[in-house]
Design a protein around this ligand. Structure first.
Ligand code: FCB
Length: 456
């Protein structure tokens, strides 16, 4: 694979609720995903993450698998309700113990930990008070982040605050397909602001505890491809969507602003949410921009029935937009567009030259291959996806994009949120009855790429 320096960080990614299981063990509190999964009709086949991959008990085996793959770093997330079950100041030491065990085992095996503090499992008691729509959650998140750095910061030097605040905001509080399942534009806009504020406040507070940390966040980003670039209505919509997805959180931490087009669009509502002095607080030194990239988004002319929704602020959703997306699609229905990764990385380098450390914190594909008679998982489509996206990332590096790390989503098949266990993203197959792990051909291919790049 061309373009990657010898010291490139090769990793795999997961998140707590998607893999840990042991949802009611060792004092872990209820999260919004436990509640959402228990609500009929929210998750495919009424599945939930209560058992998942049982990583809570099987982490030593999973770390051995990472070692076999040859990765140098592991992105996981910390479950807030394991450390603070009620979302307040009351600690659960058994939760801290678990992450100490995990971190120590990673380090003993030469794997650098990259924890994400918030990958969607908000303590339910905080949601009962409004969750991310409530400004108090910013303060609660700051305290939790400080406690995590105090506990683990002697060994963990790189951190991500939030994962995909766009999804937290728009899937969680506007279209309700993710926990907490709220559908309310005022709540969504408040969440958009409070997540940006939470990143900044937590980052500053974490640095006060230790000044040797590198801190970032992970954003889901894409390229909007317009069906007709010359159409003014579509161009305007494309710009608003780009602002909402790609620019909102970056403008916040880099400049202490939000995109003007969205400020104008939501002017009256935002006026009651953004308090005097807030914008100044948004700006914060952010060392790592995590980019989660799965596919480009294809945007067609709005259908007449969509127009009232768009006027309300409910824009079409990136991967499900109504443009004509090319084949092939993954099991998520997302088109496979590797060149888009190169374009996106180069766009970041061009538009935000202040960003000097990009990590692809997620990239991967859902395909459902099972082990064959010989126990081999022949997931050729995932091998293609991986190789073509890495080739695109390598080209971007050669053209000057400051890409330093790549984390494949995901280490292993896991609980894919509202889609349940049907959508398999793993480099490692998990049999959800026996919990047996089997490295897929894509895992073997990734391992070869890593090995070759270290030798080159
Ligand atoms: C991202 C999430 C991650 C995973 C992938 C497929 O939006 O961050 O947890 O579910 O999608």
């Amino acid at each position: 694979m061309e373009g990657f320096p010898k010291d490139f960080n090769w990793g795999v990614a997961t998140s707590s609720y998607q893999i840990e299981g042991a949802a009611f063990e060792d004092g872990r509190g209820e999260s919004i995903w436990d509640r959402f999964c228990a609500t009929p009709g929210k998750v495919a086949n009424s599945e939930d993450g209560s058992a998942a991959c049982d990583h809570y008990h099987r982490y030593p085996e999973d770390i051995q698998i990472m070692k076999q793959l040859g990765v140098s770093t592991y992105r996981f997330s910390i479950a807030w309700p394991r450390l603070f079950p009620m979302g307040n100041d009351v600690r659960e030491e058994r939760g801290f113990d678990f992450y100490n065990r995990l971190i120590n085992e990673l380090l003993a095996n030469g794997i650098k930990p990259l924890p994400t503090l918030y990958h969607w499992d908000l303590p339910q008691p905080l949601q009962d008070k409004g969750g991310w729509a409530n400004r108090e959650t910013v303060e609660a998140f700051k305290k939790y982040s400080v406690a995590a750095v105090e506990a683990f910061g002697d060994r963990v030097h790189e951190w991500l605050t939030l994962n995909e605040p766009w999804c937290v905001t728009w899937l969680g509080y506007m279209n309700g397909v993710h926990a907490p399942g709220v559908k309310n534009l005022d709540h969504a806009l408040a969440a958009a602001h409070h997540t940006a504020l939470a990143h900044a406040e937590a980052t500053r507070a974490m640095r006060e505890v230790r000044d040797d940390l590198k801190i970032g966040l992970a954003l889901n980003m894409t390229n909007y491809r317009l069906e007709d670039e010359s159409d003014p209505e579509l161009s305007e919509l494309g710009d608003l969507m780009d602002a909402q997805l790609n620019r909102w959180w970056i403008d916040a931490f880099l400049n202490g602003t939000y995109p003007q087009s969205l400020m104008d669009f939501h002017e009256e509502r935002l006026a009651t949410i953004i308090q005097p002095g807030d914008l100044d607080k948004l700006k914060v030194q952010t060392d790592i921009l995590g980019v989660n990239y799965y596919s480009d988004a294809f945007l067609g002319l709005p259908r007449p029935e969509d127009k009232p929704l768009i006027e309300e602020g409910l824009f079409p959703f990136p991967h499900r937009s109504n443009g004509s997306a090319p084949e092939p699609h993954t099991d998520m229905g997302w088109p496979v567009t590797p060149d888009g990764l190169e374009d996106l990385l180069l766009r970041i380098a061009r538009d935000w030259p202040e960003i000097t450390n990009i990590a692809i914190t997620e990239n991967g594909a859902a395909y459902d291959e099972e082990p064959n008679e010989d126990g081999v998982v022949e997931d050729a489509r995932r091998v293609d996806y991986l190789e073509s996206h890495l080739a695109a990332a390598g080209r971007a590096i050669q053209k000057g994009a400051p890409l330093k790390s790549y984390y494949a989503w995901s280490l292993m098949d896991n609980f894919e949120w509202a889609e349940g266990y049907n959508k398999r993203f793993g480099l490692v197959h998990v049999n959800f009855k026996t919990l047996k792990r089997t490295i897929k051909n894509s895992g073997k291919a990734y391992s070869k790429i890593i090995e070759a790049s270290r030798k080159a």
